[in-house]
Structures are given as structure tokens and as C-alpha cells.
Design a binder for this molecule. Structure first.
Ligand code: ZN
Length: 68
């Protein structure tokens, strides 16, 4: 989902909001002000690294096997 990060110029609080429309009016949830600035956060930074490399051998394949 398109969740953007906003910074309120009034109180200085940063909050995330789900924006469906590009031109949607976003108001600060901390104060009665709409003076917010859209922040550009990188999605790649979030999450932990791991599981890189090996893991291509071993024949077979995934999938649900019928029966039990
Ligand atoms: Zn605010």
C-alpha cells in the first residue's frame, strides 16, 4: 500500500499516512494543522538482511503434495 511519511511543519512530528490519491489532503494527527511536508523514505533500508547466497541446489520443487 502507498504509505507516505509526512513531517509537520507546525509541531515537527513525523507520521505515516496511507495516501490513496496523490493529491490527497493530509492533516497532522498531532495538531490541527495541515502544514505537512511529504518525506521521501527509502523502503530498502527497512528490514534486516539475510538469506543471501546458497540455496539453488537440491532438486525437486515446491508445491503442495496431494494426499498425505
Ligand atoms: Zn502537527
Amino acid at each position: 500500500m502507498p504509505i507516505y511519511e509526512y513531517l509537520c511543519s507546525n509541531c515537527g512530528q513525523v507520521f505515516e499516512k496511507l495516501v490513496l490519491s496523490r493529491d490527497a489532503l493530509v492533516e497532522c494527527p498531532h495538531c490541527p494543522g495541515a502544514a505537512v511536508e511529504k518525506q521521501f523514505s527509502a523502503f530498502s533500508f527497512k528490514g534486516e538482511q539475510g538469506g543471501v547466497g546458497s540455496g539453488t541446489t537440491s532438486g525437486g520443487g515446491g508445491g503442495c503434495a496431494p494426499g498425505g
